[in-house]
Design a protein. Structure first.
Length: 224
């Protein structure tokens, strides 16, 4: 062989298969085996790399690239899984469990945050309830008619309560519901077919899904 041919052989690229898992058998290669095949195929004149450079990592440090490189191109027949596929399935199951746990954690956190927000808002809103009750009494007496300054102030206070999430309820004629109504008196009424609200003494309020205060009402009941 001439010197020119020897130089050409030395310039040829050297390809070493450093995959931790054999793509044909699916087994984890033992230390040193992946470099042996590559060195055997290398030209005799090419320098061999040191053992430290090609030293494999520990068996428990398989990377995602190792698993993907070892995945077979054709699906496994008969339901048998190679070690690489079993490891990939386990890792996928772990990822799915962690994702589900995190999603549940977020839901619990958001629900707890909403409950805490309603509780805090409710404490503030309770301070306004006596003022809103005074406005209701003034409205019944006709003190909020027209465009007087007091009427405008009352409208602003009620608007501020609505922005906090307060929803008033309790109206004459609606069916009595012991879950949201507090009966302070029952009035036998001719023609009444059931228990209905005859008069609203104190308006009830909801704050979101929370019953902040029941409505105090006079209940019309059928006359005996």
């Amino acid at each position: 062989m001439t010197d020119e041919n020897q130089n050409q052989n030395q310039d040829d690229p050297i390809i070493r298969d450093k995959r931790r898992i054999d793509p044909e058998t699916g087994e984890v290669r033992q230390p040193g085996t992946e470099g042996a095949d590559a060195d055997a195929s290398a030209p005799s004149g090419a320098p061999a790399e040191s053992a430290d450079a090609d030293a494999p990592v520990a068996d428990d440090e398989l990377t995602v690239e190792d698993i993907l490189n070892a995945a077979p191109e054709e699906p496994v027949q008969g339901g048998d899984l190679s070690p690489a596929e079993q490891l990939a399935a386990e890792r996928l199951g772990d990822l799915q469990r962690v994702t589900a746990e995190y999603a549940n954690y977020r839901k619990r956190t958001e629900a707890g945050r909403e409950v805490e927000r309603e509780r805090t808002t409710g404490e503030v809103a309770k301070v306004l309830l006596p003022v809103l009750d005074d406005l209701d009494r003034a409205d019944k007496h006709g003190d909020l008619e027209g465009d007087a300054p007091f009427t405008q102030i009352a409208a602003k206070l009620r608007g501020a309560a609505e922005k906090l999430g307060l929803k008033p309820f309790g109206a004459v004629g609606e069916t009595f519901d012991p879950n949201v109504h507090e009966a302070i008196f029952q009035q036998p009424t001719p023609g009444a077919e059931g228990e209905t609200v005859l008069d609203v003494v104190e308006t009830g309020y909801h704050l979101g899904s929370t019953l902040l205060r029941a409505a105090k009402v006079v209940v019309a009941v059928p006359a005996s």
